[in-house]
Design a protein. Structure first.
Length: 159
């Protein structure tokens, strides 16, 4: 197992496979709308929207951590970890730890004031993993979202 590295455009097909694997695990197999074209366009070029770290076993990407910058009105620049995914058959081998290490080092290097992410309340193995690393799982906060349909409905109701 190699140390994580920054992903390249060539890694995006496998990254998308792991994203779809996560969607299956989270019981939302049809929720992934992002395409390979989206990942290649949005992750590379003059103004990439995200940074992705990958971990390989035998020259195959088996784990990813995808992050992007945000701005906190309380803290300033922060980093959001959108997903940390390890191929199910390789979980428990330290890949998740190595990827989280890479994210934290990247956050420190870029000078962020906080790194944040979400975890499903039923994913006890992930919660225990994050807590073992010193993360504060804030169970008194709820995630709030408007999806595309919600945005349209919202706008329809204010016009």
């Amino acid at each position: 197992m190699n140390q994580p590295r920054v992903a390249t455009k060539k890694d995006m097909p496998r990254v998308l496979e792991l994203i779809n694997q996560l969607a299956m695990f989270e019981k939302e197999p049809y929720a992934v709308e992002v395409t390979l074209t989206d990942l290649e366009r949005d992750g590379f070029g003059d103004n990439p929207k995200f940074t992705c770290f990958v971990s390989e076993i035998d020259n195959s990407v088996e784990g990813i951590a995808l992050v992007y910058p945000r701005y906190s009105t309380w803290k300033g620049t922060v980093l959001h970890l959108e997903d940390l995914i390890v191929n199910e058959k390789y979980r428990g081998r330290g890949i998740g730890t190595q990827l989280l290490d890479a994210v934290v080092k990247y956050g420190k290097k870029t000078g962020v004031k906080r790194i944040s992410w979400e975890v499903l309340d039923w994913n006890e193995p992930a919660i225990k993993f994050y807590e073992s690393k010193g993360a504060n799982v804030m169970r008194d906060w709820d995630v709030v979202q408007l999806d595309e349909k919600g945005i349209e409905n919202y706008l329809d109701n204010i016009n």
